[in-house]
Ligand binder design. Structure first.
Ligand code: AGP
Length: 588
């Protein structure tokens, strides 16, 4: 998730911009930049990599009298992390920073190219600035409004221009943007942290709000409106977690925004599109191997069901640490897919290198551009989950499964546009349900372990739910195929055995229901997650009565994530940094 800062009317704008960008580093980025109005000169300085690279460049600049500026940290989604693609983008007479994705950027780019306008980056963002300058005819505000009326998608924008050098233009739709003020000085940021210590009150822009700041704030929706300034938080650490208790909790709540970003430009009314791929890449492919570890492996297991069902291509899913030493039979008609949030997991990377040595086509589903795995793979689909701070993966898992669903439909020529959007809605956290899970969790602290059970795609979800719980609560938990309980594990059934049952209404409902009843009959303590209430279960968490199993999947996923979170919090554990674990396992 990119970071935005801006300021006007202060004595040292460059210092604020750099300090502000440092407060946004926690959001993760691979390039950064600032644009400063320095008397009549518009200076744009950008760099790839860490902020210190940008600071080194800035030290070499002789500023005369800078009085306003904008800044940005970029997490690559459209276009590689290069200086050209870094923000702020510089035009003929303006500079702009943007967070979000412009969904109709290709058609605007095509229109402007026909008008002879040249583009120098691969990004969707540059289109906004080029469109503004295309419409500019002496009235910057009018040109800005015309631009906003034409672009579609999610955006938080700051724009400065020599054509109107005393204003910062801003707009917000779908991506966060805040305006803070203090004694006639105005500050902008995409989250609270950069504002704390500079200002004490802020207006949190709503979707569709836009305007400019000169000596004062001019705020519009349909017409000019009065801003509502609220006190800013005073604690930066809490602000970085957006007020949540842990980054993991914040990242569970972020899943709605993250899945929108993951599917933007990909899940379209005409079907699935991947800018990164072309159908010829899959010519001659007879089967697929997916190699991954941990949570990413669980996502791969879901992918097996979806790709075999929707694309009719055989899939084998492998634990990377086993695959790399097994001397597997690898043929060139196999597409080798690796899934990795970090892009640095040693076992997964080694299997990728092994496949490449054997001449297989390779595809990475990864969250970190320019990571080792991305650099090694022939093709990459970026997950666009933004930085994931919690060691226990949540939003990355959600984007992995969503990307595999889109890939299965891309390969199978299937369009489930509405179902995918319904699934995105399904990950919005229902706060009252979260409250119920928080209360319920006190009953699940002192058993002799958990079984998470499910069938079909809910079996990998059971594995993932069990992993989430054990890695942050340190209570033993196993994921198991519901139909397998009677082949041994049911011997464990007693009141101290906690069973979390994922009961889909749409897939093998009766079979799974009877598995639950077998456990209830043997007095196991059961928590059933379903749209269909069943008698005798000890606890029950209701989900919507959707008719699509993947919508059920995403609803249940959020519940299992919140259950793990609340049990771990009751255990007093460090949810974000569980003992013995690292965010990226770069060793064998
Ligand atoms: C997930 O909650 C764990 N942190 C871990 O299993 C992780 O999924 C695994 O180490 C793979 O990491 P990767 O996705 O970065 O390759």
């Amino acid at each position: 998730m990119c970071g935005i800062v801006g300021c006007i009317g202060i004595d040292y704008p460059v210092e604020y911009l750099i300090e502000g960008l440092k407060e946004l580093e926690y959001r993760g980025y691979d390039s950064a930049g600032i644009a400063v109005m320095d008397e009549e000169d518009l200076k744009v300085i950008k760099s790839v990599g860490k902020l210190k690279n940008l600071e080194e460049k800035i030290k070499k600049i002789k500023f005369k009298n800078p009085y306003m500026g904008i800044g940005h940290t970029r997490w690559a989604t459209h276009g590689k992390p290069t200086e050209l693609n870094a923000h702020p983008h510089k035009g003929q007479f303006g500079a702009l920073v943007h967070n979000g994705i412009i969904e109709n950027y290709q058609e605007i780019k095509k229109k402007l190219t026909k008008e002879g306008i040249e583009f120098i980056s691969q990004t969707d963002t540059e289109v906004i600035l080029r469109l503004f300058e295309y419409y500019y005819d002496g009235d910057a505000l009018k040109a800005f409004k015309r631009t906003l009326d034409e672009i579609e998608g999610a955006y938080a924008i700051l724009l400065i221009t020599k054509s109107d050098p005393d204003k910062i233009f801003f707009a917000k739709n779908g991506s966060p943007l805040i305006i803070a003020k203090n004694d006639g000085k105005f500050y902008f940021a995409s989250s609270d942290a950069p504002l704390i210590g500079y200002a004490n009150s802020a207006h949190y822009l709503e979707d569709g709000e836009w305007g400019f700041v000169e000596n004062k704030l001019h705020l519009f929706k349909e017409k000019e409106i009065i801003p509502s300034f609220k006190p800013l938080p005073t604690n930066k650490e809490s602000a970085k977690k957006d007020g949540f208790r842990f980054y993991m909790e914040k990242e569970i709540y972020e899943q709605f925004d993250v899945l929108r970003e993951n599917t933007l430009g990909r899940n379209t009314k005409e079907g699935i599109k991947f800018d990164e791929l072309n159908k010829s890449f899959f010519e001659g492919i007879d089967n697929i191997i997916i190699s991954a570890c941990g949570t990413s492996y669980h996502a791969g297991l879901v992918g097996k069901y979806l790709i075999e069902r929707n694309a009719k291509i055989r899939v084998n899913v492998e634990v990377a640490s086993e695959l790399r030493y097994r001397k597997p039979l690898l043929n060139k008609d196999t597409l080798f897919i690796v899934i990795s949030q970090s892009g640095e997991t040693a076992d997964t990377l080694e299997t990728l290198k092994m496949a490449k040595r054997k001449g297989l086509k390779t595809l990475a589903l990864c969250n970190v551009d320019n990571s080792s795995i991305v650099r090694e793979a022939d093709k990459t689909i970026l997950l666009r989950a933004g930085i994931e701070k919690g060691v226990a993966s949540t939003k990355a898992f959600a984007t992995q499964v969503m990307t595999l669903w889109m890939l299965a439909n891309y390969l199978g020529g299937i369009n489930e546009y509405d179902a995918i959007n319904e699934a995105i809605e399904a990950v919005k956290v229902d706060v009252s349900k979260h409250e119920k899970i928080k209360r319920l969790s006190k009953r699940y602290l002192h058993g002799h372990g958990f079984f998470f059970i499910g069938r079909d795609i809910f079996y990998p979800l059971a594995l993932e739910g069990a992993l989430k719980l054990k890695e942050i609560s340190y209570i033993h938990a196993e994921g198991y195929p519901a139909g397998e309980m009677k082949h041994g594990p049911i011997a464990l059934a007693d009141p101290g055995l906690f069973v979390v049952a994922l009961l889909s209404k749409n897939i093998l409902y009766e079979k799974t229901k009877s598995n639950i009843e077998e456990l209830v009959a043997r007095d196991a303590t059961t928590l059933t997650i379903s749209s269909e209430y069943i008698e005798m279960t000890d606890d029950f968490i209701k989900i919507s009565g959707t008719n699509h199993p993947l919508v059920e999947f995403f609803e249940m996923m959020v519940i299992t994530q919140l259950l793990a979170l609340e049990v771990a919090i009751r255990m007093g554990n460090d949810v974000d940094m569980p003992r013995n674990l690292a965010k990226s396992v770069t060793v064998e």
